[in-house]
Design a binder for this molecule. Structure first.
Ligand SMILES: NC(=O)c1ccc[n+]([C@@H]2O[C@H](COP(=O)([O-])OP(=O)(O)OC[C@H]3O[C@@H](n4cnc5c(N)ncnc54)[C@H](OP(=O)(O)O)[C@@H]3O)[C@@H](O)[C@H]2O)c1
Length: 294
């Protein structure tokens, strides 16, 4: 048996329980991973509340945790026992001591001396990569506005846009401003007080904004520029759900290994703290990446 956080029904944060469950039996092509950590993503609360059940129905009881960082116990494919791995498990399951994960979604975790930190990367890093590089097509010399830079995706987006050679204007409230500047933003604008700059080559929206803020963002892109939103519809912007791409996870890990990508880990909570973490996220009280150490 192992310890896992799971819920048996959709509902509020109270449905999350930490309980003994059988260690999963890896199926064909699956690796059994001893989890070092997973990380929290806001979609975890939507999954738990059942708000995504039309598009992503869960098999209940459900163990959350899409972000995987850990050590292989039973190998499959290219993996053998003892390998340090990271990746996105689209079936969840990483908020537990062990998870069975398809061998093909894992990559070697080399960039983080503390393996738990690698759990911050897959979901948020893939989203940032696809928003900034693939769909935003951010290139050297551009002026790019990153809205919602204080969040888990935002920390990666700021760094990736800087690595692409752009001038980055990032929005952050006072609680996140210093960190966002430290991650490389050239200018930080307080979205709670200031007018956002217009004439941007690209605007990347990572914040769950309402229609009024969305209408403002839509005016900030220069004619012929690019708008991308991962969190709310914005007129004229490209919206998408980040796909699982192990090659991109490996590229993010390689950047970390070279010291070119850092992770904004704001706190690490135990499995027993997961329900409280969901409550705090839903109250807007979390920022950056929160690890759930197992
Ligand atoms: N489409 C996809 O595939 C995909 C994938 C991952 C995430 N998402 C979505 O993307 C969003 C960001 O994810 P995340 O993990 O970065 O979330 P997060 O860590 O909770 O970050 C949200 C951040 O947004 C900022 N924010 C809140 N209201 C804002 C506003 N009105 N204007 C500007 N910034 C505001 C806050 O920054 P301050 O700290 O500066 O106040 C906060 O730190 C979430 O809505 C998530 O569900 C979508």
């Amino acid at each position: 048996m192992m310890k896992a956080a799971r819920f048996h029904e959709y509902g509020g944060a109270d449905v999350i329980r930490v309980e003994p469950v059988p260690v999963p039996e890896p199926g064909a092509g699956e690796v059994l991973v001893r989890i070092a950590a997973t990380s929290f993503n806001p979609s975890d609360t939507a999954l738990r509340a059942g708000r995504l059940r039309e598009v992503l129905p869960l098999s209940l009881p459900y163990i959350p945790g899409w972000d995987v960082a850990g050590t292989v116990v039973t190998g499959a494919g290219r993996w053998k026992a003892g390998d340090r791995v990271m990746g996105r498990s689209d079936a969840g399951g990483a908020a537990a001591e062990f998870a069975a994960v398809p061998a093909t979604v894992l990559v070697e975790a080399t960039g983080f001396p503390d393996l738990a930190t690698a759990a911050a990367v897959p979901v948020a890093g893939l989203t940032a990569w696809q928003a900034v590089i693939e769909h935003g097509k951010v290139t050297a010399g551009q002026r790019v506005l990153i809205n919602g830079a204080g969040g888990g995706v935002g920390g990666f987006a700021v760094q990736l846009a800087k690595l692409a050679g752009a001038t980055v204007i990032a929005t952050a409230s006072p609680r996140s401003a210093a960190t966002v500047a430290d991650l490389g933003a050239d200018e930080v604008v307080d979205y709670t007080r200031s007018t956002l700059p217009a004439g941007m080559d690209a605007v990347i929206n990572l914040a769950p904004i309402g229609p009024e803020e969305a209408a403002v963002l839509a005016t900030l892109v220069r004619p012929g520029g690019t708008g991308v939103s991962v969190a709310a519809p914005v007129q004229g912007f490209f919206s998408f759900s980040a796909r699982n791409d192990p090659g991109q996870v490996a590229e993010l890990d390689a950047l970390a290994a070279k010291g070119e990508l850092r992770v904004d880990v704001t706190e690490t909570v135990p499995l027993d703290g997961l329900a409280d973490l969901h409550r705090r996220s839903e109250a807007g009280l979390t920022r950056g990446k929160v690890l759930i150490a197992v």
